[in-house]
Design a protein around this ligand. Structure first.
Ligand code: PAF
Length: 282
């Protein structure tokens, strides 16, 4: 499997493919690959001539030093997984210097307000870091299509906005959430959970499903109150936020409007490990 650690080498390789009019599918990741990532690669393989996967734990999108330090780094096993899926997938696993040269900092982006909702409120600077790295990677890889999971639904909407505002010629494809058997959304951070915590974390998706049922008959405020109560009774879990928001603008739903599509979003701490998930309320 072709593995590049330097953008100059990767760009050199890709320029020949671009000149030959080959379509490039791109899956940006921070490694610790799971089935969800592999499904993004499958989709990319299916719809493009070839696929590039990046593996880079981007420091500028972490607002919490401990989260950055403890983020799982499993390059060897990641490469094995990609190789098993398809040994023609091109991997870009750069160093911090290769991406940021000598200034590891993010650019500020205006995402028309999407950045002030949910994750934006709780992770200051996070979406500037995401925009910075995604824009840099798009410039290096120049993909025709890029694949993002809906677990980070706000990130997906933000990347779409970034592309629109900066006229980047890439189709951003949102892919369905992959779940463990117990419903827990797949996430690299799940690797930090003990077996017991992993089992107990099924409460997150269970609660989202029950919230979806309740939303059919109840107001958004009472669904909210119900979710808060559920987590008050869970001793290993701390609810950071639960919110019902409109899918496009991510604005909080105060009153239901029949022509709008809503999603319920949640962030929960399990012993300092932060997990997020969401569900369509359609
Ligand atoms: O979703 C992720 O893993 C990251 O935020 C991304 C898109 C790879 C940017 O670092």
């Amino acid at each position: 499997m072709p593995l590049y650690t330097q953008q100059s080498d990767l760009k050199h390789y890709l320029s020949a493919q671009i000149a030959a009019n080959k379509t490039i599918g791109f899956v940006p990741t921070m490694g610790a690959l799971h089935q969800g990532h592999l499904s993004l690669m499958e989709q990319s393989k299916h719809n493009n001539d070839f696929t590039v996967v990046s593996i880079f734990v981007n420091p500028t999108q972490f607002n919490n030093q401990e989260d950055l330090e403890k983020y799982p780094r499993t390059l060897e096993s990641d490469l094995n997984k990609i190789n098993q899926l398809d040994d023609s997938i091109i991997v870009y696993a750069p160093s911090i210097e290769d991406i940021y040269t000598n200034k590891t900092e993010s650019t500020h982006f205006d995402y028309d307000g999407l950045e002030f909702q949910m994750e934006g409120k709780h992770r200051p600077g996070h979406f500037d870091g995401v925009g910075t790295i995604v824009k840099k990677l798009f410039e290096i890889v120049q993909p025709n299509r890029a694949y993002f999971g809906k677990k980070d639904f706000q990130q997906l909407q933000i990347v779409k906005k970034l592309v629109e505002k900066h006229h980047i010629p890439v189709e951003v494809v949102g892919c369905e959430i992959f779940r463990e058997e117990n419903g827990l959304a797949m996430s690299s951070r799940n690797e930090r959970l003990s077996a017991e915590e992993r089992a107990e974390a099924s409460i997150i998706y269970k609660t989202l499903n029950q919230a979806k049922e309740l939303f059919k008959t109840e107001t958004p405020q009472s669904v909210n109150e119900w979710v808060v109560k559920v987590f008050e009774n869970q001793k290993h879990f701390e609810l950071e936020y639960f919110e019902i928001a409109e899918e496009e603008t991510l604005l909080t739903c105060n009153t239901k409007e029949s022509n709008k599509n809503y999603r319920a979003f949640i962030a929960v701490f399990v012993n300092n490990i932060r997990l997020i998930d969401n569900i369509s309320l359609k």
